[in-house]
Design a protein around this ligand. Sequence first.
Ligand code: NAD
Length: 365
Amino acid sequence: MPPYRTVGKPGHAMKFDYETSPVRTLFGAGRLGELADEVGRLGWSRPMLLSTPQQADLLAHARNLLQAFDTASFDGVAMHTPVAVTKDALAKVAEHGTDGLVSLGGGSSVGLGKAISIRTGLPHMAIPTTYAGSEMTPILGETENGRKVTQRQPAIRPDIVLYDSELTLTLPLAMSVTSGLNAIAHAVEAIYAPDANPVTSLMAEEGVRAMASALRAIVADDQDRAAREEALYAAWLCGTCLGQVGMGLHHKLCHTLGGMFDLPHAETHSIVLPHAMAYNEGAAPQMTRIARALDAHGSAAMAMHELSLELNAPTALRELGMAESGIAAAADQAVSSPYPNPRPIERDGIADLLRRAWSGAAPGN
Ligand code: NAD
């Protein structure tokens, strides 16, 4: 294993800024049972629960736990946080006189909690049931008129996060895998982010190690409680990385592809990640830490590709319904306003990367 620098590149002095945010985080199997205690501790009397129609049972269970309060619920959460849905939910919040929000579910539910909280100033407790990591970030992406607009400000970040791995036992296997790889993508980009710091680098390496180990065990038995717990711990680490440092080429490509072709979020991340890693590997010596986290002695990108194959994750954008003719347009858009990235963003290299990701080829550079 070649030597690595904690942050920065060899030959550069270590220099970093580090800020922490006051998020109360509760972690542990079965801790949803403490929901009423937590709401009472916060002094709320009129909580509003938010989730998707698919998670109606969870919503009903949580509402039952909050019988002592004047609780309302909104089950209309939709993907990509459409502003129209937020307006419906805001009307319900006003009618109910809500004094605290509880989002239950994946990044979509947490997104609605953020969208309401940032407009009303209401406190927000997130109870994540996927590995997307949105609950630890100050980032909100909303869609209106077919466009996704992303904003970043500290007030967007939820105030309390309750991680209960029991709630992830129902996450279907394929979604567990792609959601876990989505989390790994946050950590990979945190390792080479220009504003990386020693703490995010530690969390990123541990997040990748724990998620890879957990996903292997979940594929063997998706009801493995210890593995579900480890995956949620990894999701917390990876989400914290996403919330603390800026993202690069990989996230830019996924936002571009998602926005242009309406591709599913976690699957797109899973497919693009090994290719974005291969593009950056020569320019980001810190990636030896990712290789180490994956227990690999050579290329981190190849190790990620092999992990995807082992987990039966999707590997080709064409399988998601993207047309080959979209590659050129996506490459044009991805180079138009690039995020900071260790290797300069070159149109031909990006088109080549996308062609490989589209066809399901092994990563290369
Ligand atoms: P999701 O929240 O859209 O959930 C997908 C589906 O899975 C939904 O139908 C949901 O009800 C269901 N589901 C979730 N957990 C389940 C469980 N435990 N058991 C059974 N079903 C379950 O998916 P996601 O990938 O978590 O989130 C994607 C969205 O989050 C995207 O819009 C993405 O942009 C956003 N996101 C935002 C950030 C951020 O920092 N702002 C970070 C990551 C993702």
